[in-house]
Structures are given as C-alpha cells and as structure tokens.
Write a protein that binds this ligand. Sequence first.
Ligand code: PLP
Length: 397
Amino acid sequence: MLHKNRLFTPGPTPLLPAAQTAMASFTAHHRTADFRALFQRVLADMKEFIGTKNDVLVLACSGTGVMEASVSNLTSPGDTVLVLTAGKFGERWTGLAKAFGCQADILEVPYGQTFSLDDVRARLNSQVRAVFVQATESSTGARHDIEGIAKIVREHGDETLLVVDAITGLGTTHLDVDGWGVDVVIGGSQKALMMPPGLAYCAVSERAWKHMDTTTSPRYYFDLRKERKSAAKGETAYTPATSLFAALGAALEFIRGMGNGDLAKGREELVNNAELCAEMTRAGAKALGLKLYASAPAAALTAICAPEGLDSGKIVKEFRESFDAVVANGQGEMKGKLFRIAHIGYYDYLDTIGILGALEHVLAKVTDKGVEYGAAVRAAQEVYARTQSGKRQLVGA
Ligand SMILES: *Cc1c(COP(=O)(O)O)cnc(C)c1O
C-alpha cells in the first residue's frame, strides 16, 4: 500500500499547509517596513493566542532556549527556586536551575503522576524566588493543575514568580494566564502553532519584568529586557527567523478563521479540538484493553502503556513500517514501556480515527492475543457522536 508519512509525535507536529507556503515565499529583509508590519501584527496576535495582556516575545530558538531565558533572567546565583518535576521536562527545569547556580528545591512525583496541591503549598517559603513547572508533561502525558498551583503561589505573595512551560500546553489546554497570575508562560512553534521548529515564545508579567532589574545571572543573546526594548520599536535585537515569522502569521490567521474572525475564540476551538481528539484516543485505547500511563491525562498527547511483557518499541516500529506513522516511544527510563500519540495543533477527527484503526492492526501484528477490529474506532466514534449533537464542526484549511 501507499504510505503517507504522518507525525503523531508531541513535537514536531503536522504542518499547516498555509504556514509552509507563507514561509517558502517570504523574502523580506528584517530591517524593513514590511517585516516590521508583520512582526508587530504577529506579536499583537500572539497575545490573543496566549490569552494575555502581558508583553510577548518571540525568539529564534527551540523551546528550551526560552526555558533557559526564564531561569537566567529571573534568578541570581544562589537563589532558592522550587522545581515541580514529574518527568523528563520537569527534570530539564532542574538541570537549568542548577546550571545557573540556583539552589533547587525539588518536589518530585513518580512518572505518570501529578502534584498534590498540599505538597506544593508545604514546599513554598519566603526564600523561594520562583516556581518552575510544566502545564503538560510531554514525556508522561500528564496534565498538571496550573490553576491550583498558581493560586498557591499568588497567595504566597509577589516575591515568588510562577514560570510555566506550556510548550505543549498552549493551544491544547485552557490557561487563564493573567487571571491566574502566571508570570512567565512559554510556548514553541513546533507544537500547537502547526509550524516547523525554530521559534519559541513567552509572555512575561510586570512582576517578572521588575524582578529582572535585580537579578544577576549571566545572559546575552537571551536578555529578555533587550528583546523587549527592541520589540517596542517593531524589531528584534538580532536577526529574527524571518520566514518562520511569515509562517507564524499564517498559522495565527488560520486559528482566527477557526473562531470566525475572533482569534481568542479560535484558540478556544483549537483547545476544544485537542481535548476531543484526546478523549477519543483514550476511549479507543481503553476499548483495546490498554492502560493509560498518566493518572491525569493531558489533551496534548496520550501516553499508552505497552501490553504486559511487550516492548513499546515494537509498537512504534510497526506503526512506522506498516503505515509510515511516527508515534513516540517513552523517553529515558520510560523507553520500551509506553508509546505516545499526540493530538496537538493541525490534527483532526480523521487523524484520530486513522491512528486508532492502525493501532488495531499494529497490536494484532505484535501481540499473539487476538484484536477485535473496530473496537477502538467504535469507542472513539461514540465519544465524537456524543459531543456533536447540534454543534458546528471545525473544518481544516
Ligand atoms: C517540546 C517540549 C519542550 C521543548 O523542547 P525543545 O526541543 O527545546 O523545543 C519543552 N517542554 C515540553 C513540555 C515540551 O513538550
């Protein structure tokens, strides 16, 4: 059979065709009126996409670059910070905090789980300058309670900042950044924005900007104050990834279209889409007798445990060989134990049904137990049918 190469990974994600053509045809120099106009429009639209009034910066790097920037700009060597970790991306916060000489207090829960709010509250004290957490932990498929954590941090006072890696959370999860008082929220282009890797972005609160006046960790390329000053003039401090800005402009237009001309509404639709695809996927996996890895599953991706005694790498390989579908294995210690199907960004009903149908064939091939064809697909269809009565359908570009 003919195979179309398709990505089901939690980044990079399927590309929006309009974003690809926008970047292919973009040639403007960055110190021109044309680019300035695009840049300013994109920054204003990014506020709508994130759902914030805070300043938004878009930098040329992968998501980890802005994670690093939030550590280097908001802390000084010796500062105590609280890291909430439940997976590989949480561990990245620990590594970054240590690299910049912070005293990292670590609240760690086992992979697949999420934090008890009482434990978070108990770990906060007057020494803690910042709390670092993920909105969705892409290595385990877990969703963390950012609203609950933000409430605790805000009750604690203005001296403690909350920094949220929402790189797979933005565009898949409802986040009230300003209402909850999140100081820095971070995203990346290769996730819900349906673009290639290469841009990462953040929204920064006034409280966080004030902290930056006194912090002393070394920074140069990732000096957020310098970028903020340039952005106010419609420019970036250094050469921006111009073609990726063109792609971002097209992606934001697409999301605006999903909201019938209202970008904030389009973002809500994009989130609802991910939530529904995730719910369908969970129902499909359960109908095949598979267990989910995360106790509180995210909408960004579904991490599914391999059947007892089977290496999940065999499932990942079979998806690739039979269907050219790229699903993700577990990372680090989770390798071989689980596989991950993402539903981020440009991903729809047919993608969801397709991967579940393929999953039935893959399991039939790699396990010796029989598979009831149609069980996963039917469970997903039932979820979809329940939610659609009387609702307008989302239509892709
Ligand atoms: C993708 C991702 C990142 C960023 O990784 P990069 O490879 O640096 O783009 C960070 N955190 C989470 C939760 C992610 O899913």
